[in-house]
Design a binder for this molecule. Structure first.
Ligand SMILES: [Zn+2]
Length: 83
């Protein structure tokens, strides 16, 4: 499942410029456990492909988060840890 929506412009998000300075600071994705749509805060300075574990703020179960960047647009994929 791939979900990636750019956020509305937010001056606070401009603290993390990537290349041309137009990178997304956050994306929305559905939790693979509870299905809740959650905002994923991104770090565009952390590399063009990132993988890490983060807990769902709704059901507290661990996501395996995979982020890939195409230009300034982030694609976020959430998977269960044992997938
Ligand atoms: Zn959840």
């Amino acid at each position: 499942m791939m979900v990636g929506f750019p956020d509305p412009p937010d001056p606070l998000d401009e603290a993390f410029p990537l290349g041309d300075g137009s990178a997304d600071g956050a994306a929305w994705a559905s939790c693979p456990y509870c299905g809740e749509l959650c905002e994923i805060v991104l770090d565009p300075g952390g590399g063009s492909r990132q993988e890490y574990v983060e807990d769902c703020p709704v059901c507290c179960r661990p996501w395996r988060v995979e982020v890939t960047w195409a230009g300034g647009a982030a694609s976020v994929s959430l998977a269960t840890e044992d997938e």
